[in-house]
Write a protein that binds this ligand. Structure first.
Ligand SMILES: Nc1nc(=O)c2c([nH]1)NC[C@@H]1CN(c3ccc(C(=O)N[C@@H](CCC(=O)O)C(=O)O)cc3)C=[N+]21
Length: 303
């Protein structure tokens, strides 16, 4: 059986990052401004700290001004809101990311709605959700994981998304819903499947494009994939890997990769697929946000 092409998310993310670094250098030269990104981390979650460190390193590689605020897990909602307010007012900060999930005593929607839409580089504010739904891509900030997935699809399919059938498995506000909006924008015929979907394997089998964003390791089996389909695996699940030694773990996606490579035309690996693209698109959004706040026209048409 033929083997799927492996989509090298890491390499594409590096090419995107290099392009952003070039454009950020040009912005610095013409207006003396570095795009500024603030990342806020509440609590000590080890996995979150890895992402935050990756984000910081990438921001520096892009020549951005980057600040990290680490708050203890018992920080009050009031204090977090006060920090967001001060970042909203800080002219050196163009993008604000509050790492999710937040501790249970803090109301996430309250925090996300306080972030100024023009600084909302996660694209989670209802204003940005609305702009995306309306197709106003020149004013919206688009969530990073879906945006990065679209870049991977466009490069893999040579921009030929129009008319294809796409299934998004998962309906979260962070990935599933904005992913569906973006695919619709690209003129795909979009199905959103989820935990209540009847006969999920048949729904997936009908799709030319499969986006797996359920958060359940290796749930999508190889024989669900239409021969030649393009598979974007958004899942990042850490599972135990006793074969690597006692107490060892490894990362796997929402797709049973070894099975799916025998069916798909192209597929993203985990790690090295969507994850690095998410970080690259955060940088793209931060540059876009900075340019807009400076009253400059767009030059960040990365997708
Ligand atoms: N407000 C907010 N925005 C986020 O974008 C956000 C968040 N909260 N909370 C946590 C999740 C998770 N997330 C990842 C980003 C990159 C990788 C990534 O780069 N992964 C690499 C390496 C993974 C590894 O080796 O640990 C890979 O897949 O190849 C992973 C996970 C962003 N998130």
């Amino acid at each position: 059986m033929s083997q799927a092409r492996i989509i090298d998310g890491k390499a594409i993310a590096i090419s995107v990052r290099d392009e952003i670094a070039t454009r950020a250098a040009a912005l610095l030269k013409t207006s003396g401004v570095r795009p500024g990104l603030a990342v806020v981390l509440v609590g000590e979650d080890a996995a979150s700290q890895v992402y935050v460190r990756n984000k910081e390193a990438t921001a520096e590689a892009c020549g951005f001004h980057s600040v990290k605020h680490t708050l203890t897990a018992d920080t009050s909602e009031f204090d977090l809101l006060a920090l967001v307010n001060s970042l909203n007012e800080d002219p050196e900060i163009h993008g604000i990311l509050v790492q999710l999930p937040l501790p249970a005593h803090i109301e996430e929607s309250k925090v996300l709605r306080l972030i100024r839409p023009e600084k909302d580089v996660d694209g989670f504010h209802p204003i940005n959700v609305g702009l995306l739904t309306c197709g106003e891509m020149n004013t919206a900030l688009v969530p990073c994981t879906p945006a990065g997935s679209i870049v991977l699809l466009k490069r893999t399919l040579d921009n030929a998304l129009s008319g294809k059938s796409a299934v998004v498995i998962g309906r979260s506000n962070i990935v599933g819903k904005p992913m569906a909006s973006l695919l619709l924008q690209e003129s795909c015929t979009v199905t959103i499947a989820h935990s209540r979907t009847q006969d999920l394997p048949s729904v997936v089998r009908a799709a030319d494009i499969v986006i797996a964003a359920v958060g359940r390791h290796e749930m999508v089996r190889g024989n669900w994939i239409k021969p030649g389909a393009t598979v974007i695996d958004v899942g990042i699940n850490r599972i135990s890997a006793p074969e690597r030694g006692e107490g060892k773990t490894r990362l796997v996606g929402d797709v049973a990769f070894q099975e799916a490579v025998g069916h798909a035309g192209a597929i993203t690996p985990v790690p090295g697929g969507v994850g690095p693209m998410t970080i690259a698109m955060l940088m793209a959004n931060t540059l876009t946000a900075a340019r807009r706040q400076l009253g400059l026209t767009e030059d960040t048409a990365l997708f």
